[in-house]
Every structure is written in C-alpha cells, then in structure tokens.
Ligand binder design. Sequence first.
Ligand SMILES: Nc1ncnc2c1ncn2[C@@H]1O[C@H](COP(=O)(O)OP(=O)(O)OP(=O)(O)O)[C@@H](O)[C@H]1O
Ligand SMILES: [Mg+2]
Length: 383
Amino acid sequence: MRSAWLRIVRYNTFAILSPDISIEEPVLAFNPINWLLGLFSLDIAIDLGTANTLVNVRGKGIVINEPSWVTIDKRLRQPLAIGLEAKEMLGRTPGNVAVIRPLRDGVISEFDITQVMLEYFIGRVHEQSVVPLPRPRVVVGIPTGVTEVEKRAVYDAVMASGARSAYLIEEPIAAALGAGLPIADIRGSMVVDIGGGTTEVAVLSMSGVVASRSLRVAGDEMDTDIVQYLRNKYNLLVGEGIAEQIKWRIGSAFSLHPEKTMEVRGRNLVTGLPESIEISSVEMREALTGSVQVIVDTIRDALDEVPPEIVSDLMDVGICLAGGGGLLQGLADRLTDELKLRVWVAEDPLTCVARGAGMVFEDFDGLSRYLVGLERGSTRHST
Ligand SMILES: Nc1ncnc2c1ncn2[C@@H]1O[C@H](COP(=O)(O)OP(=O)(O)OP(=O)(O)O)[C@@H](O)[C@H]1O
Ligand SMILES: [Mg+2]
C-alpha cells in the first residue's frame, strides 16, 4: 500500500502544478478558461457512498468501484490501504492500525480521511491516462435533507482532493436518472435508494421532487441487527464483515422458496471459545424484521403525501429500488405485498447513482438543473 500513498503524493504534486482554478460555488455560467480546460480534462461523477465509492468517467464508464474504507497507521496518521484492500483488513489489524469508514449515515464523519480516499481514487483515474491532464470537473452525490455543513464538507473534500470544480446532486435524483426513470415526465415515478447508511425515498415528476424521505436506516443497520441477533440468541460474537456476508447469502425480507441455511463461525461469549453454528434464512428474516419494517413504513409515509393523480401513475409504473440494499432477497416482493404497488429492482442497482450523476456531464445544459447549491434548502423539494 506504500505505493498507493506515493501515488497520492504524486497526484498532489501534479495538482499543485496544474492551473489553480477553484470555483467557490457551483457556477454554471460560461467560463472560457474552464471551457478550454474541459477540452482536455476529465469529467468525473462520484458516488461517495457510506459503503462503496464509485467513480464514473465520462466516455469510459465506471472505472473505480471500491468499498469506502481506509486503513490508517494511528501513530503516523498515514493511510496504509484504501478501498477493497482496506476492507479486507477489517477485524484483522494490530493495535496501531485502524480500519476506518470515513462516511457514516451517508455523510462525511472523518473529513481528512475522506479527502485522502478521494485523492487516491481521483489520482488513480488520472494514472490511467497516458498524457497528464488538468484537474477534473466532478459531480458528486449527496443524500437529501443534509445540512449546509454536511453539504459543504462534501464540496470541500472534493475540491481539496484535486477537483477543478465540484457540483452536488441529490442521490435519489441521480439514482432515478441512472435507473432510466423518466423524471422530467409529467407522469410520476418513484425511487427508493437503499444504501449502506441511508435509505432515500423520492417521488418525482416534471423534474422535481413531489415527496421525499431520508432515513438513516439501511444496509449497515441490517448488519448490526444480525450481530445482535446472533449474540442474543446464540451468545455468538461475529464481526460486521461476517454479518454482511450472512445478509448477502441468507438475509431476506420475505419467504424464500426454498429457505436457506449457512454455517457461521464466531466466538462464544460464555465459553470464550470459537464456535460454529448453522443458521437459517428464517432466523435472519426475524433478525432483519425491525429495519425492514422501518423502511416499509417510511415508503408508506412518503406515499401518503403523494397526490392521487401521481398514485395512479405509480400503479402503472411501480416503484424502482436502487442501491445495494435493494438486492436483499425478497425485499421487492415484501414491498409489493405491503404497498400494493409493483416494486422492481433497477438494473445494476449498485451503480445507479454513479451512472445517473455521470449523465449530467453528457448533457450539462439540459441536466444541470438537477444540481443543488451549497446553501440550505437549495433543493427542488416542494415538501
Ligand atoms: N445482495 C445483497 N443483499 C443485501 N444487501 C446487499 C447486497 N449487496 C449489497 N448489499 C448492501 O448494500 C449496501 C451498499 O449499498 P450501496 O453501495 O448502494 O451503498 P452506499 O451508496 O455506499 O451507501 P449510502 O448511499 O447509504 O451512502 C451495503 O450495506 C451492502 O451490504
Ligand atoms: Mg448510495
């Protein structure tokens, strides 16, 4: 990982040498210098997620898709590994090394580490180019309903990690664009993006948000539910990483046909010794029931606010699930059953936000209206 750190330093050096044109606020007016730089530089869309960070480069597609984890040497405050390499170290590190998630609940909790992670990913994108390129324009997703400070933190982290200009887009809008929903249409559509830290619900029509909810219960909370369930029922202690794998394999929100089982290893809290037990998807459904119900209730709550015309549209087009949480087995069926609307999973739900945010650069004049400013309430929500 030493090499990665060197890459960061190299990229920083390059960033210092490149023309220093920083834009304080998302400026959409024509700027001739930016236009000239734009002919040579990269346009990058970033889904800076609690669980995964994706980088979508215009003309190339998604070139980075890695867990948002950083391993740091606590004494030197230096990164040792970033992304997948860091996540693999989770639960296996010596005392002086910490594996950190710089984002929690969809927002930045460790600013410096987020910046290092972004620098590393943007630097890697630059390394893939044979000629040196000026600093990129970046559009980055943010959850809805975040505070001005939280927005500013994302903007500053992106600028500090070497962007020439940074634009913000709300994640459900990006997810809807990425899922191919006709959000400019007069007919309503609805997206539910279930990530690691947040569940974002949005009903959209005529390029605006008719109703939205942002809930800080999503995939991470489900992992915690599984850890607690195994501790309470079996006195078995498992790590977050194992809990996530259990969720992927046998987690579910609705009956499975057939139900599944898997062997889990951990430490028995009573004897202190290693133990291996077999658990079933029925048990995991019980473990996840609280989080799943909160998500169902939040969607129902958003639907309550929607005018009947749009409800009628949604009865035709259904609700689109995006984000990794949408892949939880049986979730679409459970929602369909409870909400009496067809619920379907977007194609490649984990990349919807990155693909949708990237579309802004494909048609900047047409889609820049979806970008949001830094000030509070600068969104398009009617609620
Ligand atoms: N097959 C699966 N079944 C259940 N959950 C899954 C599956 N695949 C991924 N996930 C979960 O999806 C979550 C990650 O989704 P995603 O990458 O969309 O989140 P994120 O964008 O990083 O987070 P956020 O949007 O909250 O900041 C993780 O909690 C992960 O465990
Ligand atoms: Mg997300």
